[in-house]
Design a protein around this ligand. Structure first.
Ligand code: UDP
Ligand code: MG
Length: 317
C-alpha cells in the first residue's frame, strides 16, 4: 500500500460552457467520490468565454479547494487551452476532458485500471461511431484521416478524442514540445509511449452548442497536415518535373509537325488550355510552399501560446 495518495489532474477546456458546467461538475464529483483512493484537482481553463463561465468557475473554486482555474485574456483555441492545462497541472496522472460530457468522466476508473498495471503510459479514447454528426462532416473527417495517415509517419487514429489519461512522464514530454502551431492528436503520437485505446459510442453534448464550424475544422485539418508531413511539398515538386517532361515532348511534336506539314499557327485553343492549366498548378504549388512558410513565420516569432488574465490564486487577494 502506498502511504501517500496520488494526485489525478483533470483538465477541462471551456469556451462558453456556462450551461454544461453544472452537469459536468456534478458528474466529475461522482467519479471523484468513487475513486477515493486518490486526490483530485480539477483544472478548468477558461478560453476567453463571453458568457458566465468564469463566474461559475469562481463560485466552484470558492467552495471546493480541488477546483483551480486559469482564465485567458481572450480566446486562444482549444489547443492552447490544453497546453496551458498540461503545463500547469500538478498530478501524477493527468486527464484531458471536454466540458460538455461528450468525454464521459465515468470512463475514468476503467482507464485508470489499465494504467495502474504499468503496461501502458496512456489510455486514449476513440469514438467508433459518429452518430449525431452531419454526414458530410463525417465524410470529410474520414477522408482527412486516410490522407494524413498515407502522408505522415506519425500515426493519427481515426475517431481518437483528446480525452485521455496519461502518466506524468508522458505529460512532461508533451509540455516539452512548445511549438506554436499545435496539433495535439499528432503530438500525442509523436512523443511515443504505449497507448491503449478504449472504444465508445459517440455521445451528444449535454448542453450548449459545438464551437467547431466546418471552416474551423478544415483549417485545423490543414494545420495537422502542415505540422506533421512535408509530403505536399514533394508532390508539388513532382508535378513540376512532370510538366517539364510534358512540355519537352510537346516542343518536339510541334517542331516535327511544322517541319513535315508546315502548319505553324493553328492550335491556339490547346495553347490557351495549357497555359491556364500550368498556371493553375504553379499557383497551387506556390500556395503549398506559402502554407509551410507562413507556419514557419508564426513559429519564428515565438509568441506565447496563451496569455493568462487571472487564476484561482487571485481569489485570495
Ligand atoms: N473549446 C475551447 N476553445 C475553443 C473551442 C472549444 O476551449 O476555442 C472547448 C469547448 O468548451 C469544449 C471542447 O473544447 O469543452 C470541445 O469543443 P466542442 O464540444 O465545441 O467540440 P466538438 O465536441 O463538437 O468537437
Ligand atoms: Mg463537444
Amino acid at each position: 500500500m502506498k502511504n501517500k495518495k496520488e494526485l489525478i489532474s483533470v483538465i477541462i477546456s471551456c469556451f462558453n460552457e456556462e450551461e454544461s458546467l453544472p452537469y459536468f461538475y456534478e458528474e466529475i464529483n461522482k467519479v471523484a467520490k468513487d475513486m477515493n483512493d486518490f486526490n483530485f484537482e480539477f483544472l478548468f481553463i477558461n478560453d476567453g468565454s463571453k458568457d458566465k463561465t468564469l463566474e461559475v468557475l469562481k463560485k466552484y473554486a470558492k467552495k471546493d479547494k480541488r477546483v483551480r482555474y486559469i482564465s485567458f485574456s481572450r480566446n486562444f483555441g482549444k489547443e492552447a487551452a490544453m497546453y496551458a492545462g498540461l503545463e500547469n497541472s500538478l498530478g501524477d496522472y493527468v486527464t484531458l476532458m471536454d466540458a460538455d460530457l461528450q468525454d464521459p468522466p465515468s470512463l475514468l476508473p476503467e482507464m485508470f485500471k489499465t494504467l495502474e498495471k504499468g503496461d501502458y503510459d496512456c489510455v486514449g479514447t476513440r469514438r467508433v461511431t459518429r452518430s449525431g454528426e452531419p454526414p458530410i462532416r463525417s465524410f470529410f473527417a474520414r477522408m482527412f484521416y486516410k490522407i494524413i495517415n498515407k502522408m505522415s509517419k506519425v500515426e493519427m487514429v481515426d475517431g481518437a478524442r483528446d480525452y485521455r489519461l496519461m502518466t506524468r512522464q508522458m505529460v512532461d514530454a508533451i509540455v516539452s514540445l512548445d511549438e506554436y502551431n499545435r496539433y495535439s492528436k499528432g503530438l500525442f503520437s509523436f512523443v511515443g509511449f504505449k497507448t491503449k485505446w478504449l472504444e465508445y459510442e459517440n455521445i451528444e453534448r449535454v448542453a450548449g452548442e459545438t464551437k467547431w464550424s466546418f471552416w474551423k475544422l478544415f483549417k485545423y485539418a490543414i494545420e495537422g497536415i502542415v505540422a506533421f508531413t512535408t509530403a505536399p511539398l514533394i508532390i508539388s515538386a513532382i508535378l513540376g518535373l512532370l510538366f517539364c517532361l510534358v512540355s519537352f515532348i510537346l516542343v518536339i511534336i510541334i517542331i516535327a509537325k511544322t517541319l513535315i506539314f508546315g502548319d505553324p499557327v493553328s492550335g491556339w485553343p490547346s495553347l490557351a488550355c495549357l497555359i491556364t492549366f500550368i498556371g493553375g498548378t504553379e499557383l497551387l504549388s506556390l500556395g503549398i510552399i506559402g502554407m509551410y512558410l507562413s507556419k514557419t513565420y508564426l513559429e519564428v516569432k515565438k509568441r506565447p501560446i496563451y496569455i493568462v488574465k487571472e487564476t484561482e490564486k487571485d481569489l485570495e487577494k
